[in-house]
Design a protein. Structure first.
Length: 533
């Protein structure tokens, strides 16, 4: 169908023009459903599919005319608008309307055929389209309608046919939603609360893509907390729901990968109760998240692990660009890794680079080691600097020098490729600009390696533990320190996380205070921010 412009007015009076899908996200209790019911349109009807929808199908559907079925369906719809939190039981009437509409069309087709008239102009019925959608979503299964009752024929199981009452929750939900969508009046705004109910995320995406493909004359509004479903909507407008802020547009670059969109949406939805989001590397199982979730222990801050350093920077930029999200601020925390000093000179001020190679270096910091050893009542068998030095051999020095050289070369190549040629543009000037001499200059490449090797060799004999932790991978160093304390690295991180989160007066509170003093020295962002006004 041809897409039409269907403007939607938000509660604050702003308007969303066009026909693109609108997705409303927010945590439980943020008022998503209530706010969605406040959407209006000057010229277009609004149809609401409640989250509290019953998918029970009677063994025998009520036999009634198309008019009667429509009236019953309208009555249930009006009741749903008046009592939005009560469960809606309109399934039988929806299916009855499908069947009666199909019967009317069949009579029209039969009359035209008997009169020798063309039947090509008779449109496909809603029931026929529902049947097609069903087969697209549930491959190998077909709907069957007989004696005003629905059943399913399944080609892939020994039981070849079963009644509507034996359908799974997902099958009944798909049938209900498909019928509701196909019966919605052209030009309507269809607000669907929790469109993913009873579905695996991939199945929900498949169903709604099939429905949207057939109803380009509608504008879909999805109210959801399933971020996988939300980010699967192409060219969507995202709205963040807040109990006090209402519905706010979240500008997200559509070209971003779905994974990043999910991270950004999830973080933005925290604005319901938090004023700051901290993006870090890793996953919810990583040391990064466990440590920072304990460090930023106030309700004002949430920690969101988003994978790589680049993802951290993208998420921070997205939140900063989306200035409409109340007063939600964002910061990022990244490891130093093998990056050259020049990388950090151009780093965004809202992204904090740890002064250690990787997160494992946290339990290698002198102040942290002293605090842990004192709490455990154990002494290191050798000075900390000796343990660190023993973890660095000639192979480690060469590997670090090589990785730093490689990173420097890649950065320089990227700078040369992305730099803009001077104007005016001519074929000769563009050719000259495109002929990068980077890899042709062997002396330059060797000089960079020699420089990095010299820096690493000099650092390897340093007696400054933190300087060593900034340059060399920290996993083997952390392993050596943990072994010296008769612990594992994961055990030390668990102890650090519990101590940082410990309340005053608990057995771990003294350790937590000592650890906090040690971590303040590496300039971690402040643990708490002022509460929202």
């Amino acid at each position: 169908m041809i897409e039409v412009d269907i403007p939607i007015s938000l509660p604050d009076g702003s308007t969303l023009n066009g026909n693109s899908v609108v997705v409303i996200v927010g945590p439980n209790g943020s008022g998503k459903s209530r706010l969605a019911r406040q959407l209006t349109s000057p010229r277009h009807p609004i149809e609401i599919v409640s989250a509290s929808r019953s998918t029970r199908i009677s063994p025998q559907l009520p036999v009634m005319s198309n008019l009667q079925a429509r009236q019953q369906h309208d009555g249930q719809r009006n009741q749903a608008r008046s009592n939005p939190w009560e469960q809606i039981s309109d399934f039988d009437f929806v299916l009855a309307q499908l069947l009666s509409d199909d019967s009317d069309s069949a009579r029209q087709y039969r009359a035209a055929a008997k009169a020798g008239e063309s039947t090509a102009a008779i449109p496909q019925t809603a029931l026929e389209q529902v049947d097609e959608i069903w087969q697209e979503v549930f491959e190998g299964r077909t709907l069957s309608w007989k004696d005003w009752a629905a059943s399913v024929k399944n080609e892939s199981v020994p039981i070849s046919e079963y009644s509507a009452s034996q359908m799974s929750d997902g099958e009944r939900s798909a049938l209900y939603l498909a019928a509701k969508v196909m019966l919605t009046v052209t030009g309507s705004i269809l607000v669907v609360d929790e469109p993913e109910n009873h579905f695996h995320s991939s199945l929900a995406v498949r169903l709604w893509k099939s429905l949207q493909a057939r109803r380009g004359d509608l504008r879909f509004v999805f109210v959801t907390h399933d971020l996988t479903f939300a980010t699967a909507q192409s060219d969507a407008v995202f709205l963040i729901a807040g109990a006090t802020s209402g519905l706010q547009v979240l500008p997200i670059e559509l070209s971003l990968p779905d994974e990043l969109k999910r991270d950004i949406l999830g973080a933005a939805s925290f604005s319901y109760y938090a004023s700051r989001v901290v993006f870090c590397e890793g996953t919810f199982e990583s040391y990064d998240y466990r440590l920072f979730n304990a460090w930023f222990s106030g309700r004002d801050t949430v920690v969101a692990p988003v994978g790589s350093c680049d993802s951290v920077r993208e998420c921070v930029r997205a939140i900063h660009n989306g200035a409409l999200i109340g007063n939600l601020t964002s910061i990022g925390i990244i490891d130093r890794d093998f990056r050259p000093d020049s990388f950090f000179q151009h780093l965004e001020s809202s992204v904090h680079a740890l002064p250690i190679h990787e997160i494992e270096g946290i339990v290698c910091l002198p102040g942290v080691v002293d605090a842990l050893a004192g709490h455990l009542g154990r002494d290191l068998p050798a000075p900390l600097i000796d343990i660190v030095h023993s973890s660095i051999d000639d192979a480690a020095i060469l590997r670090v020098a090589y990785e730093r050289w490689k990173t420097s070369m890649l950065n320089e190549l990227q700078d040369r490729i992305t730099s803009k040629p001077g104007k005016p543009w001519t074929e000769e000037s563009l050719r000259a600009h495109s002929q990068s001499p980077l890899f042709a200059e062997k002396d330059t490449s060797s000089a960079i390696f020699d420089q990095e090797l010299k820096v690493v060799q000099s650092t390897a004999v340093s007696n400054d533990v933190q300087e060593l932790l900034a340059t060399f991978p920290c996993k083997p160093i952390a392993g050596a320190i943990a072994s010296a304390l008769n612990e594992s690295v994961s055990g030390l991180f668990a102890l650090v996380s519990r101590a940082l989160a410990a309340k005053s007066g608990s057995p771990l509170s003294a350790l937590g205070q000592s650890l906090e003093k040690a971590l303040v020295l590496i300039e971690l962002p402040e643990r708490m921010v002022e509460a929202r006004s």
